[in-house]
Write a protein that binds this ligand. Sequence first.
Ligand code: BTN
Length: 322
Amino acid sequence: MDPEVLLSLLPEGLESWEVLAKRTGLGLTELRKALLVLQGQGFPVVIKEEGAGLVLGTPAPQILIPLLRGKYGRAYRYFGMVTSTQDLLRAWKDAPIGAMVLAESQSQGRGRRGRVWESPQGNLYFSVLLENTGDQLLSFRAGLALAEATQVGLLKWPNDLLAPDGRKLGGVLVETENERAFLGVGLNVRVAPIPNSAALEEFRQVHRAQLLADFLWSLEKWLEKENETVLAVWSKRNITLGRKVAVWTEKETIVGVAISLGSKGELLIRTKKGMRAVLAGDVSLLRMAHDVKDAEVCEGEAERGSSRHSQSKGPGPLRKQG
Ligand code: BTN
């Protein structure tokens, strides 16, 4: 039996061997072997004495699709292990707008600014196809949807999702190709892959498929909102504005107080030398006097922002690893 067909016949939670054998038309030995193959491909298959099935909350199509409320995610490709869901979505040439690729793990997950996104099993890694309208607030809309769906997430400029204690929970990556935009989302649900990253389940119980359906619905709503509304709500919910920050851009490090967002989502910073606007960079929140000193010493050094991983809470003085 084609593993994809077998996967589609598995329920969430355990089903008895007898029922599964009847449903699949396979003998017990053959069935067990096929389930092991699926497990080996990276799917969260549970195999027990009393039966088999999928781990609760597994976002397999038969579990996710009934939970969807809008149009996003209905065209759906679900994988065990891939290189990067961004690449698979890119390669899906006739994918309709709203199509989604999700994988249980990625071998070459990537984050913003060319960094690595560690992608072990247990979390959510997915990419959604959107129209490339040149919307500069796209990642802010996605960030708001992520904060709304996770319920506990805090937003840090430009689109990091942080846990209540400031560790990084998730992130958003937007890539474009002609009229297509690929919105990639990585969210640590069960596993915090590197030190200083967090997993959502440390804070609340999560049904991954429900969380994903909530995100997609929220995203659809945020994509319809006026720019002014996006900027206003983001400005209310974020933890960057009003704080002392060090912003690590490609060329330099800017230290000052984050004042507000510009109309394109750029961060407006009041520095000793006047106002600066930053379109792309990594923010470090400075809390203590020695953080400020540390950042000032580093002013001009872009290396501080060039960590290999995109999953810890950010570069600079408050960062312990990454
Ligand atoms: C960030 O750097 O904060 C953004 C991380 C985005 C990671 C996601 S995981 C799914 C999709 N596939 C990738 O290779 N990257 C994005």
